[in-house]
Design a protein around this ligand. Structure first.
Ligand SMILES: *Cc1c(COP(=O)(O)O)cnc(C)c1O
Length: 217
């Protein structure tokens, strides 16, 4: 019951406008089932193969979110069922998602990932690249993907002012993007360590793993 307790504690403090993605990467089926039984239906994974095995085993009303970096040659394995892809950082990847979604007669929702952190190990677009991507004429021809918002990860630091600044910059990109794509509605930012700051800065979706499932190995 510990995991259900963790889940309920987080849900109690999240504003109603913020969607919770329970990040279950590396965690076993029985742990996910426990959180599912406590009412959670949205889970996030960062490896396509692992997510697909879990999708095959667990209840079919789970919404699976891919939150990790996506390799183009693996998109086909999740195209049948993935609910939202958070980490889209190139037009080539978007095109591949569109192609694989078409094979399943689906429209796959995607978030464009922005690079807001100091570390260069975190993937994502800068503001110029974002602008160029959505202005690509071919972007408008993609029928089987829908860009529904932005995602970003802040620097791993205890400096809360820095984290706040990075989330504010992502929110500014989101507001700017809304003038071109008025239907976007998702700003995915905030993890276990920084989701309170992210919510203060306008997050609509938080991705929380260790605060629900405990530490990963
Ligand atoms: C692992 C991961 C999370 C969750 O991290 P926690 O610190 O365990 O909450 C969120 N977002 C992404 C992209 C991740 O890879």
């Amino acid at each position: 019951m510990k995991l259900a307790e963790n889940l309920n504690q987080i849900k109690a403090i999240l504003p109603k406008t913020v969607t919770l993605v329970a990040v279950s990467k590396t965690k076993p089926i029985d742990a996910i089932q426990e959180v599912y039984d406590a009412g959670q239906r949205i889970f996030g994974e960062n490896k396509i193969q692992e997510m697909t095995q879990k999708w095959e085993t667990l209840p079919k009303d789970i919404e699976w979110h891919m939150i990790g970096h996506v390799q183009r040659n693996k998109v086909k394995y999740m195209a049948e069922y993935v609910h939202l892809i958070h980490g889209v950082d190139s037009f080539k990847l978007l095109k591949e998602i569109d192609k694989q979604a078409a094979k399943h007669n689906r429209v796959i929702d995607c978030l464009l990932q922005m690079h807001i952190a100091e570390e260069d190990t975190k993937f994502g677009l800068n503001t110029l690249e974002l602008q160029q991507l959505i202005e690509t004429s071919a972007f408008k021809t993609l029928q089987n993907i829908r860009v529904v918002g932005l995602m970003g990860m802040a620097t791993f630091t205890t400096d809360t002012q820095q984290i706040k600044k990075e989330f504010a910059s992502l929110k500014a990109s989101y507001n700017a993007l809304k003038t071109t794509l008025p239907n976007i509605s998702i700003l995915s930012m905030g993890m276990s360590a920084d989701y309170q700051i992210a919510i203060d800065e306008g997050s609509t979706m938080v991705r929380i793993g260790s605060s629900i499932f405990g530490k990963r190995n």
